[in-house]
Design a protein around this ligand. Structure first.
Ligand SMILES: [Zn+2]
Length: 141
């Protein structure tokens, strides 16, 4: 916003790749780090041909799949967790000088989304093994 008003601020490079200006669209969609994360998350959730050209597309991914309401809720929770985890990786890089690692971020996304969905769901059959493999048909979703 300051740059738009021509207030003297330097362009801030994306802390995750260092190659582009840090914008919402870049950080969560176009950045190489985010692209790998979304690809791995899509493979894990068995979503084929996940196309996201904007931040809004990412928020809406679950809506375009012909799946159950429960599946859509679960994938929406995973998408929100993924956005939060990318933001956390960015903040850890900026404020804690920690290198953003794909595997660590993926591990966080799976663990945090599991705890979130497990806490919100009354489905007692859901466990870590089912979640890790994303075999939601085993819990009737
Ligand atoms: Zn970047």
């Amino acid at each position: 916003m300051l740059m738009k008003r021509h207030v003297g601020v330097n362009i801030v490079a994306c802390p995750l790749c260092g190659d582009h200006e840090e914008t919402v669209e870049h950080l969560f969609v176009a950045c190489g780090f985010a692209q790998v994360i979304w690809t791995v998350v899509a493979q894990w959730c068995k979503i084929q041909d996940m196309f996201a050209f904007s931040y809004k597309d990412i928020l809406d991914i679950h809506k375009y799949e012909k799946r159950s309401v429960k599946w859509k809720k679960v994938v929406n929770a995973i998408n929100i967790t993924t956005i939060w985890s990318i933001w956390k990786a960015r903040n850890d890089t900026v404020f804690e000088n920690k290198e953003a690692l794909i595997q660590r971020t993926i591990g966080e996304i799976k663990a945090i989304s599991f705890l979130w969905v497990k806490a919100r769901s009354k489905n007692t059959a859901l466990n870590w093994e089912i979640w890790r493999r994303f075999d939601l048909q085993f819990v009737g979703w």
